[in-house]
Write a new protein. Structure first.
Length: 648
């Protein structure tokens, strides 16, 4: 049987610097691709960049360059990062590639001719940062439900895709294929928030955006960026070309990896397009979570972005990959902190794995002249180590099939810890002191090495450089017990070869010193990448003058009434006493405070904000609060101060 496996990442928006949240998807996809190759599959791994649309057009205009020139430079940086991260993609597609553009036009033409695309007028809401169209019912308080930024009204002539036509087919498909969208929470979200309320036809062209693929029969229209982008999964394989061997061989995709914020495009819009084309749907779409910085979403504006390059420069690519896949449950949000990263290196990589390799090679060097000994005398503890070692691969496979990278690594580390325990149980240093224990010592040293051989293969999809280092130190090369089939066998490590000691793979770290060093390297990286002058300008932009501050009217206010918002679970409606005045303020603090807890509290009110309606209830100002991670505390005053007093 010809085992093929096709997996994809989403196309990345060309950004000046990709942070570790962006690289998370690609690292996970790369690990799965490597695992499948090691398991004997013919793998096709696709990634690339999504380069059309209004955002790119506007940014290029700001910089005074053509959009293509603007994205060319950025794509070069992205490819360089993937090289640094040792990403083993087979195809890197750009939506500006000629073949992609031509096939997208053919798809658009085909759907138009069969009546699935028609011309009309669009009038609605549009989010430029997300390149997304929204209906009034989907938007909350004038803000995009995905990114929270303001949407704008748009009105223009446009072509529409009959998305509503495929609503029932999609719902039926989801019900008959419950594994199609993973995790299950994303599936429920798509069904309850989009399919059941009803799909509207999708606007798939713009006349106000020039930077895009032109509608083949109406060149004043550019094809909507999300229609264009999702088609890359088949255009990359040569769909609708004379050279469609890869399409026939690898489609349907086994899995699309996507961030949770773009699940809708990949599980509703993309499948509907495929249904319209009469093409089989991908087998699975997995919407993973975000990597947060200490429980807050990474954002350049917040200054809490962690870039991969400084981490790799100091600690190596394998340490970063291991942390990303071990620390977080794939599919859920995870919180990154530099301290957690460094502690994980110390505990798992330095203490557990690094120490095991170092001790084993050092003992062979010391007790057997650096030559891999031959096992002859079986003893206590050997059978348990062998059983754990040869069964670990099966457990790892089960978790990898579920995309549970963290638990797959935990299974491997159970073997690492069991092997370390075997050293303590057998005490080779004691055996070495007794001449009649030489054969037993040789067996113990061989067993340690054989367990390391199996570990080196198990970690290969996650940490190839570390795997290579273990092979070198054991004196073996590719093909000498290093295939996936070999991990269930014991005793195939060649004897008589010379081991080669290397420096520690993961030196133990002084956390406080490393935190300081990491901050310095991160700062240097940003200065080199963005330019020191640009960074200083950005700092300057954050300052306000005393005149700016004087415009803000902060007053002490007392909460006299509080109740839940009638139309929103996250909001509370507060009645405030502000001197002789009464104010109503709607605040998103229901998760942190019960209404009765707030009565009588003094709070700080921004009193001169323009009133707005939040879910139908007017809010006359805003109260201040401080948040850290999952905690939120209302700002107040230390002493009793009369309500209405201005803070200056």
């Amino acid at each position: 049987m010809n085992k093929t496996f096709y997996l994809t990442t989403p196309l990345y928006y060309p950004s000046d610097n990709l942070h570790i949240g962006h690289t998370y998807t690609t690292v996970a996809a790369d690990t799965l691709a490597r695992f499948k190759r090691l398991s004997g599959y013919d793998v096709k791994f696709l990634t690339g960049t999504d380069e059309h649309g209004q955002k790119i057009e506007e940014k290029a205009k700001e910089k005074g360059v053509k959009p293509k020139a603007y994205v060319d430079d950025i794509v070069k940086n992205i490819k360089e990062l993937w090289k640094t991260l040792d990403i083993s993609y087979d195809i890197f597609i750009r939506t500006t590639d000629k073949q992609h553009e031509e096939i997208v036009q053919k798809i658009f033409q085909k759907l138009y001719e069969q009546g699935d695309i028609y011309k009309s007028n669009y009038e609605g809401l549009y989010c430029t940062p997300c390149e997304s169209f929204w209906t009034e019912s989907q938007v909350e308080d004038g803000k995009c439900p995905d990114c929270g930024r303001p949407v704008k009204k748009a009105k223009e002539e446009a072509y529409f895709f009959k998305l509503s036509k495929y609503q029932d087919r999609l719902l039926k498909f989801f019900e008959e294929n419950p594994e199609f969208i993973q995790p299950a929470s994303r599936r429920n979200e798509m069904i309850n928030n989009f399919l059941k309320p009803g799909l509207e036809d999708l606007c798939v062209s713009r006349t106000t955006v020039d930077w895009g693929i032109k509608v083949p029969f109406d060149e004043k229209h550019s094809i909507y960026v999300w229609f264009d982008a999702v088609c890359n999964y088949i255009t990359a394989l040569g769909y609708l070309t004379d050279n469609d061997e890869d399409y026939n061989k690898y489609w349907p995709a086994n899995i699309h990896f996507v961030g949770k914020e773009i699940v809708r495009f990949h599980t509703i819009i993309w499948p509907a397009i495929l249904m319209a084309l009469g093409i089989e749907l991908p087998k699975k779409v997995f919407g993973h979570g975000w990597i947060l910085f200490e429980d807050d979403k990474m954002s350049k504006s917040k200054g809490n972005v962690i870039y991969p390059e400084p981490l790799i420069e100091l600690y190596g690519v394998d340490a970063l990959k291991y942390f990303l896949l071990r620390e977080f449950t794939f599919g859920q949000d995870g919180s990154f902190s530099r301290e957690k990263f460094l502690k994980r290196i110390n505990s798992d990589l330095a203490n557990d794995l690094g120490n095991l390799v170092s001790r084993t090679i050092a003992m062979i060097d010391k007790y057997n002249g650096g030559i891999m000994p031959e096992p002859t005398e079986e003893g206590e503890y050997d059978s348990d180590l062998k059983e754990v070692a040869t069964s670990t691969g099966y457990e790892v496979e089960k978790f990898m099939d579920k995309l549970d990278f963290s638990n797959a690594l935990e299974e491997i580390w159970k073997l690492v810890r069991r092997t370390n325990k075997y050293i303590d149980e057998t005490m080779p240093w004691i055996l070495a002191k007794e001449e009649d224990k030489k054969e037993r010592l040789n067996t113990v040293l061989y067993n340690l090495s054989e367990s390391l051989r199996i570990i080196s293969v198990l970690i290969r999809p996650f940490m190839e450089k570390t795997s290579d280092s273990i092979w070198r130190q054991l004196g073996i090369d590719h093909g000498q017990g290093t295939s996936w089939e070999d991990i269930s066998k014991w005793g195939i490590l060649p004897t008589g070869v010379k081991v080669r000691r290397e420096g520690p793979m993961f030196p133990r770290l002084d956390i406080n010193k490393e935190l300081k060093k990491l901050n310095e390297v991160n700062k240097k990286f940003l200065e080199e990448r963005m330019g020191k002058a640009t960074m200083e300008e950005k700092k300057e932009e954050n300052y306000i003058t005393i005149d700016d501050f004087d415009k803000i009217e902060l007053r002490v206010a007392k909460v006299v009434e509080a109740e839940k918002h009638p139309n929103a679970d996250k909001l509370l409606v507060l009645q405030l006493e502000v001197g002789d005045e009464r104010r109503q303020v709607v605040s998103g603090i229901a998760k942190y405070y019960k209404p009765e807890e707030l009565i009588g509290k003094d709070v700080i009110l921004v009193a001169n904000l323009k009133p707005v309606k939040l879910r139908g209830v007017e809010s006359q100002g805003m109260i201040l609060a401080a948040s850290k991670g999952k905690k939120l505390t209302l700002a107040t005053v230390m002493d009793e101060i009369k309500s209405g007093t201005r803070i200056s």
